[in-house]
Design a binder for this molecule. Structure first.
Ligand code: ATP
Ligand code: MG
Length: 420
């Protein structure tokens, strides 16, 4: 071990385990790529103000969890705690919304940073794959995103997850509800912090994890009873489309994203095998966000799925992904001349698209064959002086142990045949 360790709340992705992470990212991205979403990548840091406005001054993310700093040049930046604000910022900056093709559908994959209390499933550096559909108000779009997330999880083999669904209303009906909720909450016995939250962000109080608070919330007014006709109709369509797609969900009227620009559809994916860090993903509509960051009105919807927790969910369900061995062929040279010849064969195989590795470091036969087996390769290419004198190399099937001599100039063809 070196003098240094990974910073608190972070961990390294190490082979072979790291292959599972890659596979999870790919599994989440695949349905998006297949549904008209284009890949977007934004910087790992942004102007801190973007998040203050685009995530919300009253959220834990901004008040407690953000890595904000000032640069030597005096810029006030923050490591990105989430993806939506950056993606919308980038889309507006590139005028994607003016290209006449709405919604703009984008997907992303990357690292996010939050200064949290580290525990299983909650890290200071974590990974998300997300999707945003910008500039359209259409219940089919909300449904599409939920269906695609469901498809990703199912493709990974996950079964013990649930989809929680709610509507947060819009700028017509939510303020009325907000006031009613505030009235109710002000009659409760709450600590000072929570009372402050009642003033700034009352919906968020519904999300309080403490049992004592939850008990008092039993009779709280429900948004459901305050939704305007338009919001009700919209939500009903989302529900119908999900049902028609065979995607099961649970109505959860306590599910909130308590920000002013989050509107209508909101949802969360929870996994029952993860203990208290049960949310594997979440999202919803954010019709007001574009205007909050200085853009035009652009009703939008999106989600972000947590890669770390999805990997934990796989473990919880005992699922091992079927990841093909990284190496198909392993070359073992015996002697200097063989090194030169086999290294050239390795390069040729790689150029032909065959995953190939080589016994580096002048290993002896026994050690090199151990490495070959450990690599997961199906075939070994072995050559010594005598083979080279005859213009052949030995092609060894590592499963059966069977060995055949193949002509040096036919190696690529013979390997392909043996692998097919
Ligand atoms: P939680 O309520 O667990 O804090 P959140 O509401 O803060 O989650 P979002 O901002 O909606 O989470 O992020 C989407 C997903 O990203 C989460 O569902 C989760 O899977 C993942 N995620 C969020 N924060 C972390 C973290 N600190 N460590 C690992 N994964 C995280
Ligand atoms: Mg959080």
């Amino acid at each position: 071990m070196s003098t240094f360790q990974a910073p608190k709340g972070t961990y390294d992705l190490i082979p072979p385990h790291s292959a599972t992470y890659l596979a999870v990212r790919e599994a989440i991205a695949a349905p998006l790529k297949n549904s008209g979403y284009g890949y977007i990548e934004t910087p790992g840091f942004e102007n801190v103000e973007l998040f203050a406005r685009g995530v919300g001054e009253s959220t834990d993310i901004v008040t407690k969890e953000m890595y904000a700093f000032e640069t030597k040049g005096g810029d006030r930046l923050a490591l990105r705690p989430e993806g939506t604000a950056s993606v919308l910022r980038a889309a507006l900056e590139a005028n994607l919304h003016k290209a006449g093709n709405l919604p703009v559908k984008l997907w992303y994959s990357g690292s996010y940073y939050r200064y949290e209390r580290p525990q299983k499933g909650r890290y200071r550096h974590f990974s998300q794959v997300g999707a945003e559909a910008i500039g359209a108000e259409d219940p089919a779009l909300d449904a599409e995103l939920i269906i695609l997330a469901d498809q990703s999880y199912r493709a990974l083999g996950l079964r013990d997850f649930r989809i929680l669904l709610n509507s947060l209303g819009d700028k017509e009906c939510r303020p009325v509800y907000r006031a009613a909720l505030q009235d109710f909450l002000r009659g409760l016995d709450l600590d000072e912090d929570t009372r402050r939250r009642v003033d700034i962000n009352p919906l968020r109080v519904l999300d309080d994890k403490r049992e004592a608070v939850q008990k008092q919330l039993a009779g709280a007014p429900l948004l459901r009873d305050y939704l305007c006709e338009a919001c009700k109709a919209y939500h009903e369509q989302v529900r119908e489309l999900l049902t028609a797609a065979g995607v099961a969900f649970e109505d959860d009227e306590k599910l909130v994203r308590g920000l002013d620009y989050y509107t209508r559809t909101t949802f969360e994916f929870v996994h029952d095998g993860l203990g208290s860090q049960s949310a594997v993903g979440g999202g919803g509509r954010y019709d007001g966000l574009s205007e909050m960051i200085g853009g035009p009105a652009l009703p939008s919807v999106g989600w972000a799925l947590g890669v770390d927790r999805t990997v934990l969910a796989l473990e919880a369900e005992g699922i091992t992904l079927d990841i093909p061995a990284a190496t198909a062929v392993y070359a073992v040279p015996l002697g200097e001349e063989a090194r030169r010849v086999l290294f050239r064969a390795v390069t040729e195989l790689r150029r032909a698209g065959v995953a190939t590795d080589f016994a580096f470091g002048g290993k002896g036969l026994k050690n090199a064959m151990k490495s070959a087996n450990r690599s997961g390769a199906r075939l070994a290419l072995v050559a010594g002086e005598r083979d080279l004198a005859e213009g052949v190399v030995q092609l060894k099937d590592l499963t059966s142990g069977e060995q055949t001599a193949v002509a040096l100039d036919a190696v690529v063809d013979e390997v392909r045949r043996a692998l097919s």
